[in-house]
Design a protein around this ligand. Structure first.
Ligand code: NDP
Length: 271
């Protein structure tokens, strides 16, 4: 039987590559995003499209129901939709901070709630949450993004233990720098929110650092798509996979350096 997969954020970057790879590998894939037009090419690989905004309850309920009506099951949920809200804590309006949490955390949690009754009834399922290496350390000017990824890590650990009794597994993927729309969106946010405030001097250096990281260290989204597939097909997946653009090195540095040493290292990159 073909496994049925729902993947969010399928209109761009990691989600799009993962949707394509999984469909070409024989899964029945439902790709969800707000921009349907950006996903049309995926239909050539057999991906079915869902218009879904992960901050909009009716669109999430309707999307999951459409899959259940057609397939009577959901085997895998890949929570991938997300963006980087950047700017200093002092400058980012709390309305924007709340929206960042809505997209990166509450949307993900709501989709878990919506697919879990079917997964429990099947007594099988897998939830793949796309975190970031940024779920293990903080950067200046990225507090709300990092807060969402730290939250995702903790939520995933809790969920994994809750769901073990139902034979449902939870896996976290931690990408490093990946060349997608993400970097441009985060950089633009940063420059717009804090580029001209008292933080502006350091912030504009940070914008340049993000640009360099994208150009010099960025991996192709296919690298993450392959890790997602591995997490789905493994009979006993690891709880976390760190992949792409500097992921191993940065996590290693975070592990061996003290907080103050890591701060110094990071701030030295913004000189
Ligand atoms: P992209 O910007 O290329 O893609 C993001 C996807 O999320 C788009 O398909 C977008 O679709 C979707 N999305 C954004 N907001 C919403 C929303 N409200 N409702 C539904 N979908 C939404 O970025 P990536 O592919 O790089 O990002 C995918 C994930 O990987 C994110 O969670 C990101 O945090 C994470 N990540 C990325 C890294 C990188 O360097 N690129 C590094 C580490 C983690 P649409 O706008 O059509 O709705």
């Amino acid at each position: 039987m073909q496994k049925v997969v729902l993947i969010t954020g399928a209109s761009s970057g990691i989600g799009k590559e993962a949707a394509r790879l999984l469909a070409q590998s024989g899964f029945r894939v439902y790709g969800a995003a707000r921009r349907l037009e950006q996903m049309q090419d995926l239909t050539e690989s057999g991906v079915r499209l869902l218009k879904m905004d992960v901050t909009d309850e009716p669109s999430m309920v309707a999307g999951v129901q459409e899959i259940l009506n057609a397939e009577k099951r959901i085997d895998v949920l890949v929570n991938n939709a997300g963006y980087g809200s950047y700017g200093s804590v002092e400058d980012v309006p709390l309305s924007e901070a709340r929206y960042q949490l809505e997209v990166n955390i509450f949307g993900l949690a709501r989709l878990c709630q919506l697919v879990l009754p079917a997964m429990r009834a099947q007594r099988s399922g897998r939830i793949i949450n796309i975190s970031s290496i940024g779920g293990s350390f903080g950067e200046p000017h990225g507090a709300w993004y990092h807060a969402t990824k730290f939250a995702l890590e903790g939520l995933s650990d809790s969920l994994r233990m809750e769901l073990k009794q139902f034979n449902i597994d939870v896996v976290v993927i931690k990408p490093g720098a990946i060349v997608t729309e993400w970097n441009t969106i985060a950089r633009d946010n940063l420059a717009n929110v804090s580029g001209k405030t008292v933080y502006g001097n350091l912030v504009m250096k940070h914008v340049k650092l993000m640009e360099r990281a994208d150009q010099q260290m960025g991996s192709k989204p296919e690298v993450v798509a392959k890790a997602i597939k591995k997490a789905i097909v493994a009979s006993r997946p690891r709880t976390r996979y760190a992949v792409g653009g500097g992921a191993g090195l940065v996590l290693f540095m975070r592990r061996i350096l003290s907080d103050r040493m890591f701060d110094r290292m990071y701030l030295s990159l913004l000189r």
